[in-house]
Design a protein around this ligand. Structure first.
Ligand code: GTP
Ligand code: MG
Length: 263
């Protein structure tokens, strides 16, 4: 039995899932993790740049322990990212949707490097287009385009991609979002169909990628994002479990632990 198989077997027994939360500095990684963990409003809204990393653990229904490794995204820290790649079960890549220039340049480059990592091959990737509460936020379709995700498919990087949208209040819509109003409203009512069951059974040998618009401030979109991630990660590690108990929602959170380390 290979080492990977041994590790997988152990993880399955322990129901441990390791999730790397990566992205450029100021993207909103720590805010997202705090929102997911249900921290109080003051803690969610008052973050400081992460100097090293912080591990937060969510226990989801079914006893699955999701360890979120929130790692600092400042340029000086990025060379340390690879120290955490080993035994990763899922990646959350966060972008600040109000910074199209950074998404197209720095973020796209870092993401491309990440996806070419052999140790992360086949690891599910959730891309969060964050800060959708702000008027300056680009629509998720533009974020996806700027990141160059489609090119990974064309280049044969074997990805399955789905994109979802959230319905932004009309008063807060950017001109671009307003143009997409009809499509956006339709998608918002079909969240559950964003990743059909068929898709899950076809993922062997490929990397599932999902692009989700969210606001860590309001929490909008995050529950659905976690839901997708949980299903992908668990399906990958524990493929014999049923999907019935994987539907995550805040009520599925049973406990949490915290551990921080500065580099
Ligand atoms: N308006 C708005 N601001 C946000 C949102 N998420 C995060 N922010 C703000 O963006 C800034 C950066 O957030 P962090 O969560 O610290 O960013 P980070 O990605 O962890 O940054 P590093 O730790 O430096 O890598 C903070 O001022 C947050 O309050 C959001 O959804 N909406
Ligand atoms: Mg941080």
């Amino acid at each position: 039995m290979g080492l990977l198989s041994v590790i997988r077997k152990q993880k399955r027994r322990d129901r441990e899932v390791r999730v790397l939360v990566l992205g450029l500095d100021n993207a909103g990684k720590t805010t997202i993790v705090r929102r997911l963990l249900g921290d109080d409003e003051a803690a969610v809204r008052r973050t400081a740049p992460t100097e090293g990393f912080c591990i937060r653990t969510l226990v989801l229904k079914g006893g699955y322990r999701f360890h979120f490794w929130d790692i600092g995204g400042h340029r000086a820290l990025r060379s340390y990212w690879r120290n955490y790649f080993e035994r990763t079960d899922a990646i959350i890549w966060v972008v600040d949707a109000t910074t199209p220039h950074r998404i197209k340049g720095e973020a796209a480059q870092e993401l491309a490097a990440l996806l070419s990592e052999p140790s992360l091959y086949q690891v599910p990737l959730l891309i969060i287009a964050n800060k959708m509460d702000l008027l300056a936020a680009e629509p998720v379709s533009s974020v996806r385009k700027a990141l160059g995700i489609d090119a990974f498919c064309v280049a044969g990087a074997a990805a399955t991609i789905a994109t979802a949208t959230i319905a932004t209040p009309t008063s807060r819509r950017t001109p671009l979002e307003a143009n997409q109003q009809t499509a956006s409203d339709t998608m918002a009512s079909t969240w559950a169909q964003a990743w059909p069951a068929d898709e899950l059974s076809q993922l062997d040998g490929r990397r599932p990628i999902h692009v989700m618009p969210c606001s860590a401030y309001t929490g909008e979109g995050l529950s659905n994002a976690l839901d997708w991630l949980a299903q992908q990660a668990i399906q990958r590690l524990y493929r014999f479990d049923t999907r019935g108990d994987l539907r995550s929602s805040p009520s599925c959170v049973l406990s949490e632990q915290q551990h921080s380390v500065a580099l």
